[in-house]
Write a protein that binds this ligand. Structure first.
Ligand code: DGT
Ligand code: CA
Ligand code: CA
Length: 568
């Protein structure tokens, strides 16, 4: 169990208990514990294994320590299982509607007996919500606006949840003596930003061995279906997982087939047909003879193509590129040398400058930019010019004292609703690195959003636009903008574009990042870390860049410090 997974159990518990109207102190205890677990660098599962006293961590008492140990050992929490049986999934799904928390959900469930998103939509449409105490027309409208997005989201999970669960299952299957090969497949292997379900392939002489192991796996809540070669289970996180057992001779063909995408596979199958071959999940056949199928490489070779990285398999030009031997050499995570978007305790981060710098150095980074919030984000204790200057003073001091890593004095500066920058040019001109971002007024009309972005792009001190669209994956669409125009202006003004690596953002997305690359705009993949663990999300940004077909040369923070300094 990762810290994130353990924290997630407590967050779910708190939400469900709040829907039930539990004591606020209890809820707060669970939420505080979740926060502590998520922002601690040490693995709680490992601490449990070493019998470490967990009560030394803030917000964790004896009782919670016991619960953590149980979750780490079994992957389960009896109270959570009990609550899930009492509260319908449809009620839990309502929590995904932006602006709807457990308190509102409790009212829908307890007062109106609504148990599904459809039911909630109907109630909103007939004006029933506006009549509730503490609600109004405005809330009702907001719910109606966001409910479809929530309905879609409730059936898909973020790539971060998908990857950590699927990879944990595969790792454990590989420990079985009888299992010769195992791999993640499906959209998770293609690193899509969300996954509908997880797909896992195993090659094994016995079918019962991996199936029994999966059924008893700590992440698995229940077995939904068990056939001869396929088993479908539900994980405690709610997502479902398909495992298929195949033979070694078919492993490559099955991996190719179940990795998809369907669109990619349609073209591959047609190429097989054109060559008098037949391709399916068991292999590539000429008549009755199997000519390929043990590895993916030989499946592609049979249709006269080089192996194509899974992230590109969306039928978006990869087959043509492969045919001409022009597949990009995709970026890898070890090529990233700097991180240029992060927060400290000066605004809403959990760690100090030194702690962030040391954590970054430990991860092999050569340089970082500390980019706390500007004053408009008062909720996050954003900095005005005076505080910013003294913060930079601190950063310079740390930079002198610490070796092996360079610190840049940066700022995440808001682009205000009236199309001006939150901080004056004078102070921005003193920064090493300025990330300009939209946080507020994302609902403004396109013309105003464009005016704001143009203001930022044309400002001589702005280096990069951070999370350019402002979207939140499955939760909120980005601001209304003409991305092509924005990118052209960025290219003309030598402004870079960020891929924000946080799995909730992934902004730019794969398509826009490819468009930026095509215009020659340097891309920077940054974590937006708010704690030392925040650096962990880098992988998701790299995945998104790979889906965009980006190579090392396209990504500015692959440069070494001395090269990057020249770019600045
Ligand atoms: P998801 O789960 O919605 O995020 O997306 P995928 O791509 O993981 O889709 P899934 O789980 O339905 O199936 C996994 C892969 O198996 C899919 O990418 C391609 C292959 N596959 C599944 N069903 C079919 C089918 O009916 N025809 C073909 N050609 N391929 C299929
Ligand atoms: Ca899938
Ligand atoms: Ca599936």
């Amino acid at each position: 169990m990762t810290n994130e997974q353990i924290a997630d159990v407590f967050e779910q518990l708190a939400d469900l208990l709040e829907i039930q109207g539990a004591n606020p102190f209890r809820l707060r205890a669970y939420r505080n514990a979740a926060r502590t677990i998520k922002s601690t660098a040490d693995s709680f599962a490992a601490l449990v294994e070493q019998n470490t006293d967990l009560t030394q961590y803030s917000g964790i008492g004896k009782d919670l320590a016991k619960q953590i140990a149980e979750i780490a050992d079994t992957g389960r929490h009896p109270k959570l299982t009990e609550l899930r049986e009492q509260i319908p999934q449809g009620v839990v799904d309502m929590l995904r509607i932006p602006g709807v928390g457990p308190k509102k959900v409790a009212v829908f469930f307890n007062t109106l007996n609504i148990t599904s998103l459809d039911g909630l939509k109907a109630a909103a449409e007939s004006g029933k919500l506006a009549d509730l105490r503490g609600f109004g027309k405005k809330t009702e409208q907001a719910i109606l606006q966001n409910i479809d997005l929530a309905a879609e989201a409730s059936s898909r999970v973020s790539i971060s949840v998908a990857r950590s669960s699927a990879e944990a299952v595969v790792e454990d299957l590989l420990l079985l003596e009888e299992v010769t090969q195992a791999s993640v497949a499906g959209s998770c292997r293609r690193r899509k930003e969300t996954c509908g379900d997880l797909d896992v392939l195993v090659s094994c002489s016995s079918h019962d061995v991996p199936m029994d192991a999966l059924a008893g796996h700590p992440l698995v809540e229940s077995v939904l279906q068990r056939g001869d070669t396929k088993q479908r289970v539900r994980l405690s996180s709610g997502i479902e997982l398909d495992m298929r057992v195949v033979s070694n001779e078919s492993f490559g063909a099955a991996l190719q087939y179940f990795t998809g995408s369907k669109e990619h596979n349609v073209v591959v199958r047609q190429r097989a047909k054109d060559r008098g071959l037949k391709i399916n999940e068991y292999g590539v056949f000429r008549g009755k003879d199997q000519v390929a199928g043990a590895t993916e490489e030989d499946v592609y070779e049979a249709v006269e193509l080089p192996w194509i990285p899974p992230e590109l398999r969306e039928n978006r030009g990869e087959i043509e590129a492969a045919e001409k031997d022009r597949l990009p050499e995709l970026l890898t995570i070890d090529q990233i040398k700097g991180d240029l978007h992060m927060h400290t305790t000066a605004s809403d981060g959990a760690a100090s400058i030194v702690e962030m710098a040391e954590a970054a150095r430990l991860r092999g980074l050569e340089y970082i930019a500390i980019t706390d919030h500007s004053k408009r984000v008062s909720m996050a204790n954003g900095l005005d010019a005076d505080r910013l200057r003294s913060h930079w003073e601190q950063i310079r001091k740390v930079n002198e004292q610490i070796s092996g890593i360079e610190l840049l004095c940066g700022i995440e500066c808001d682009i205000l609703e009236d199309a001006t920058m939150d901080l004056d040019d004078e102070v921005l001109s003193e920064a090493d690195w300025v990330v300009a971002v939209l946080h507020y007024g994302l609902q403004q009309p396109r013309a105003q959003i464009m005016k704001r972005l143009m203001c930022a792009v044309s400002n001589p001190h702005v280096n990069i636009i951070g999370h350019p669209t402002g979207r939140l994956v499955s939760r909120r669409d980005g601001a209304d903008m003409n991305m092509t125009e924005v990118l052209k202006a960025a290219a003309d003004n030598d402004v870079m574009m960020e891929i924000n690596a946080h799995p909730k953002r992934l902004d730019l997305d794969d398509i826009n990042a490819a468009a930026a690359r095509d215009l020659g705009i340097p891309i920077v993949i940054s974590t937006d870390a708010h704690s030392v663990n925040g650096f962990d999300v880098l992988q998701y940004g790299v995945d998104q860049a790979r889906r965009a077909g980006l190579s090392k040369v396209d990504v500015a923070n692959t440069k070494t410090w001395s090269q990057f300094r020249k770019l600045l």
